[in-house]
Design a binder for this molecule. Structure first.
Ligand code: IMP
Ligand code: MG
Length: 175
């Protein structure tokens, strides 16, 4: 039978909403007149991007990429494969990459390097969560929601083997 982990709450839906509102306001101020493109990394960042876009009150667009990530394990391979690519050109655009969690940083730094090859006007990173303890490669996070402990987190779009994405709050697994 499956082991059923329990979920210990870490960030409430209200705490997340308040922080997303602040991040959206910051982005709106910094990118006024720049018509930025928010690029969400599927699947983990979809809920974050859906909320964030409604808090960015300047004109902007959204697009998505999907890269290979965790299967059923909990360790990053650092290997980045584009499973789904952008539907628009980013040449000359102000791009903000929207990510759920920065862990080792390998996925993000790979994605940033790959996207920079397409000559965007600028490239920034907005991450909801940062686990600095796990970092293996330095990465600049321009907009950060929360620094979190080195636990396996789920909820608000973030999954454990496709489970628990739907939770409106963020918690960590306890087996
Ligand atoms: P990195 O390459 O180690 O930074 O991996 C980052 C990616 O791994 C994130 O975008 C997540 O998709 C996934 N990830 C990292 N930590 C967690 C976690 O605690 N729960 C679920 N997914 C995670
Ligand atoms: Mg991710």
């Amino acid at each position: 039978m499956d082991t059923q982990p329990s979920i210990k709450p870490l960030l409430t839906a209200e705490e997340i909403a308040r922080r997303v509102e602040e991040l959206g306001a910051e982005i709106g101020e910094d990118y006024a007149g720049k018509n930025p493109l928010l690029v969400g990394v599927l699947k983990g960042a979809w809920m974050f991007l859906a909320d964030l876009t409604r808090e960015v009150s300047i004109p902007h667009q959204a697009d998505f990429i999907q890269v290979s990530s965790y299967g059923s394990g909990t360790e990053s391979s650092g290997e980045v494969r584009f499973l789904t690519d952008l539907s628009t050109s980013i040449a000359g655009r102000h791009v903000i990459l929207i990510e759920d969690i920065v862990d080792t940083g390998l996925t993000l730094s790979n994605m940033v390097n790959r996207l920079k090859e397409r000559n965007p006007a600028s490239m920034a990173v907005c991450a909801l969560l940062d686990k600095p303890e796990r970092r293996e490669t330095p990465i600049k996070i321009d907009y950060l929601g929360f620094t979190v402990p080195n636990k396996f987190l789920v909820g608000y779009g973030i999954d454990w083997d496709e489970r628990f994405r739907h939770l409106p709050y963020i918690g960590y697994l306890e087996f």
